[in-house]
Ligand binder design. Structure first.
Ligand code: HEC
Length: 118
């Protein structure tokens, strides 16, 4: 791992506000009220990544993520999606307190949908 390569694309997680040009990020913190998703479409960039950034990134980001689980990019999350989802559903992550059932539902729906990069 050269470090430089991966770290380079890290700007994504760093500052939530300027994420890929999506201007209005709404509230930023996900209160768990996602009524506009209609219940069927979960967005990785709008729902999953912000949630992981808020709840997991402090312990699971480069250069040395705990347990080798990096939550800061799509490819990293996808490669660990099964264990991430499992840890969340079992309530063992984050260790500081389980996520709300709305957030558990979000990640479950995303995995069920085939982990889309949307
Ligand atoms: C306060 C720090 C901290 C936070 C926040 C945190 N983790 Fe962890 N996580 C750890 C540590 C430390 C380990 C490795 C030791 C262990 O397994 O308990 C770990 C391990 C894991 C593992 C591997 C578990 C396994 O079965 O091998 C996964 C997956 C994981 N975390 C996902 C998450 C997710 C998803 C979140 C956010 C919802 C999160 N973590 C939040 C510290 C944290």
């Amino acid at each position: 791992m050269g470090g430089a390569g991966q770290g380079g694309s890290n700007g994504q997680g760093g500052s939530a506000a300027k994420d890929g040009g999506v201007a209005g990020t709404g509230g930023g913190s996900d209160a768990g009220t996602k009524s506009d998703t209609g219940g069927s479409t979960v967005s990785f960039s709008k729902d999953i990544l912000p949630m992981l950034n808020t709840s997991c990134k402090s312990c699971h980001s480069p250069p040395s993520p705990n347990a080798g689980v990096d939550v800061t990019t799509y490819s990293a999350v996808k490669s660990s999606a099964t264990s991430i989802n499992s840890a969340i559903q079992r309530g063992i992550m984050p260790p500081t307190g389980a996520l709300s059932s709305a957030n558990k539902q979000l990640i479950q729906s995303w995995v069920t949908a085939g982990e889309p990069n949307n």
